[in-house]
Design a binder for this molecule. Structure first.
Ligand SMILES: Nc1ncnc2c1ncn2[C@@H]1O[C@H](COP(=O)(O)OP(=O)(O)O)[C@@H](O)[C@H]1O
Ligand SMILES: [Mg+2]
Length: 370
């Protein structure tokens, strides 16, 4: 197969096949608005949706081969050792992803979404472990290419723009980002594929390009929080995702990509809504249950802490939940005995136990893993 090269001089696309796209716009926007309505109804989405944020980092990283699971990431944060050095690096990548999202959110409180925000977010994404020798925060100064692992440039599927033309191309990308366009979702679809086709960094382009999705939706006022989780759709359809990206440069087929992207937004808005609703229901029912079980004024407090850290070390809960220690210990034994918490690691000697809040994790994983 011939190597496909960047679509030099053909961005932004002069036309799209609107009759194909128009039927998809309303449903995608409507689903997104329903999901945003849900965000409005959650008093503390940062806490309640925090496992979804972790899961997004896991799935977005998995698209290019990172193997760590959400359970492994949370267990690692609870002080457990990773299964192998390779897995530990995977976990650090996922943790960096979450940190990078937080960094971007902070920057966007002060600045518009821009190349500067992209670079600073990239710096956090690639700091430490595997990223540090891949120029965190800096555009590449050499060619890169996409293809089978370790392939030569002649064997690549796709060769992004030459490094010498990257600065101008990124400026054009940024101008497009700041344009007032009639449809924000189509604009975002095109921003994503253009970012991937330029591949401005040595690594991390896919992850950063997917982070753009919630950040842009937030910035444009389509979401009240930068919390939207797109990657499950792409991860489940990785080959189609790559093929649609490639077809833009190969065949000038922007429309099929936009269509796929609009389907992703709609599908994920619906899934995100279902999951967020289930989490909220779980929270409400747990609040009643924990209040009954403990008869304590600290019930809300304890529950929020556990929602944010659904796998945790008992000693962390006692030390960090800001609940008097004897009460905190009583909580843990009541919650364990009533089956709300399951034991991941039994305590032994001075080593504390590790507990998991299985119901929450299963909702986010979409299956009964805990
Ligand atoms: N043919 C293609 N054209 C443009 N982008 C592509 C193509 N195939 C894959 N991609 C994008 O490249 C990303 C991988 O690039 P990479 O810099 O390794 O990102 P990451 O390290 O975050 O996975 C994929 O996730 C996808 O978004
Ligand atoms: Mg990569």
């Amino acid at each position: 197969m011939a190597v496909v090269h960047y679509h030099e001089g053909r961005f932004p696309p002069p036309t799209l096949d609107w009759p194909t796209l128009i039927p998809l716009l309303g449903p995608a926007a409507a689903s997104l608005a329903r999901y945003d309505g849900m965000l409005a109804a959650i008093r503390n989405p940062e806490i309640l949706l925090s496992p979804l944020t972790t899961q997004e980092a896991v799935l977005s990283s998995r698209i290019e081969g990172t193997q760590a699971t959400m359970g492994e990431v949370l267990e690692f944060e609870a002080g457990q050792k990773a299964a192998s050095p390779e897995r530990r690096d995977d976990i650090y990548e996922v943790l960096n992803y979450r940190k990078a999202m937080r960094k971007a959110e902070e920057l966007l409180m002060e600045l518009p979404l821009s190349q500067r925000v992209v670079r600073e977010t990239h710096r956090v994404l690639l700091s430490g472990v595997r990223g540090q020798n891949r120029s965190p925060g800096e555009y590449r100064r050499m060619p890169n290419w996409i293809g089978p692992p370790g392939c030569r440039i002649e064997e690549a599927n796709f060769v992004p723009i030459g490094a010498d033309r990257l600065p101008d191309a990124m400026s054009a990308w940024e101008r497009y980002l700041h344009s007032e366009l009639p449809d924000r979702l189509v604009q975002l679809a095109i921003l994503h594929v253009e970012f991937e086709a330029l591949h401005p960094f040595l690594d991390g382009n896919g992850r950063l390009g997917r982070m753009l999705v919630p950040l842009f939706l937030w910035q444009m006022g389509l979401l009240r929080r930068p919390m939207f989780y797109i990657s499950a759709f792409f991860e489940a359809r990785r080959d189609v995702y790559y093929e649609r990206l490639l077809a833009v440069s190969r065949d000038d087929d922007w429309t099929s990509w936009c269509r796929f992207f609009l389907e992703a937004v709609r599908g994920q808005a619906e899934d995100n809504l279902t999951i967020a609703t289930a989490i909220l229901e779980l929270y409400d029912s747990m609040l009643k249950r924990v209040a009954e079980l403990t008869r304590s004024q600290y019930a809300v407090h304890a529950l929020q802490w556990i929602f944010e850290k659904p796998i945790f070390k008992s000693s962390d809960f006692v030390a960090m939940a800001r609940i008097p220690a004897p009460t905190a210990r009583r909580f843990l034994s009541v919650l364990r005995d009533s089956g709300v918490l399951t034991t991941v690691v039994e305590s032994s000697g001075r080593r504390p136990s590790v507990y998991a809040f299985g119901k929450l994790l299963n909702i986010v994983e979409g299956s009964d893993v805990f």
